[in-house]
Ligand binder design. Sequence first.
Ligand code: PEP
Length: 285
Amino acid sequence: MKAPGTHFFCLTASVAARRIRASLMIKKSAQKIVVANWKMHGNLKQNQALLETYIRTLNNLPNTQVVVCAPYPYLAQLQSLLADTDIAWGAQNIARMERGAYTGEVSAEMLRDFGSTYVIIGHSERSTAYCESDENIAQKFMVAKKYGLTPILCVGETLIEREAGMQENVVTKQLDTIIRMYGAQVFAEAVISYEPIWAIGTGLAATPAQATEMHKFIHDKIAALDEAAADRLKILYGGSVNPQNAVQLMVVKNCDGGLIGRCSLNAQEFEQICAAAEQASQFER
Ligand code: PEP
């Protein structure tokens, strides 16, 4: 696994590399991130088989950081099987509080205890079912950062909002809550996953044109407030990514990879998606 502390160094080095390539007028390649969101699936035996295949096929990809986000009880299993690999791991949610009498919650510090370096924040399957407010999501984002976890913030619109042409307004509201509470600079070294809710688990992915528009919108919104933060922010696409559409979605400008639900449970499909990320990393970001 890449140590979190090396992340900044890698980014600094990649910024330098980008400048050199730009000066040589050579097409730059860009590091991708592919996140497996296992949701509430798996058991010790199935996870072990899946992780062993991940390790065999996905360890040490040159241009792709693979991340596995599993249910809490399996973090110890991820830690023991992935510790000596380049594959990172984390959870699908955290408490917004640091510690205390919050029955059933799991803190950022606890995730760190099990070697997690990433955490998904504000996934629509949580924010809808558990009525999470944008303010709660913002607090989770910050507590993750405070404990050295990379937050993967999910943003995106429902089908009704898309049909009403409201997608930018919806994402603006989601991002503005964090910006208002903590400032745009907190997006440096963070990950935003653009996940149109109508595309999650439906088999109906966004078109590359729709993804291009929204990734540009998110990038430009942060860049207008803090260009350095926007440069160090990764923006993923999530929503019915599969081996057939992965390359075309990941070559989208300002797309740094994908958040993968269903296909991450199938080792072969997930491997093909990571191969697509490797391929996409050769294109201009
Ligand atoms: C997700 O879990 O956020 C997701 C995008 O799921 P799927 O790939 O199954 O649409």
